[in-house]
Design a protein around this ligand. Structure first.
Ligand SMILES: [Zn+2]
Ligand SMILES: [Zn+2]
Length: 133
């Protein structure tokens, strides 16, 4: 039998996961906090952070290190690439087939390559609209 605290923790984690899977914005911890607080007004930032770390460890969400300063989280765990706007820092998924570039390299370098990460940056449609051409 679960204790009351365990039940609450499980429920909190489920809500955090739910909310993260609903958004496509790749939110930071603070942004997840703002979203989840609408459903759990008494939750703390520390609890959000701990749960996100745990969900990432379990492979249910992805931790993204895109802009170096702030950790972002992604509810979409399928392999996909991201593009970051250099003006407003928003992060979106990008549909580009990653080329197979590492099969031969793996022989030359002696490394067993396990994966690669391609990040794109540019200007998002909103920022482009605001800019005079
Ligand atoms: Zn932008
Ligand atoms: Zn993504």
């Amino acid at each position: 039998l679960l204790t009351k605290t365990q039940t609450r923790t499980t429920k909190q984690r489920k809500i955090i996961l739910d909310e993260l899977c609903k958004v496509k914005t790749h939110p930071t911890v603070d942004e997840v906090y703002d979203i989840v607080r609408k459903r759990l007004p008494r939750i703390s930032l520390g609890t959000i952070y701990r749960n996100l770390e745990m969900l990432a460890e379990q492979g249910k969400i992805k931790k993204l290190e895109i802009d170096n300063q702030r950790m972002r989280f992604d509810g979409n765990t399928d392999a996909h690439s991201h593009i970051r706007c250099i003006i407003c820092s928003s992060v979106d998924d990008i549909e580009i087939e990653p080329k197979v570039i590492w099969e031969e390299d793996s022989l030359e370098s002696g490394y067993q390559i396990l994966g690669n990460k391609v990040e794109f940056f540019g200007k998002c449609p909103k920022c482009r609209m605001r800019e005079p051409e």
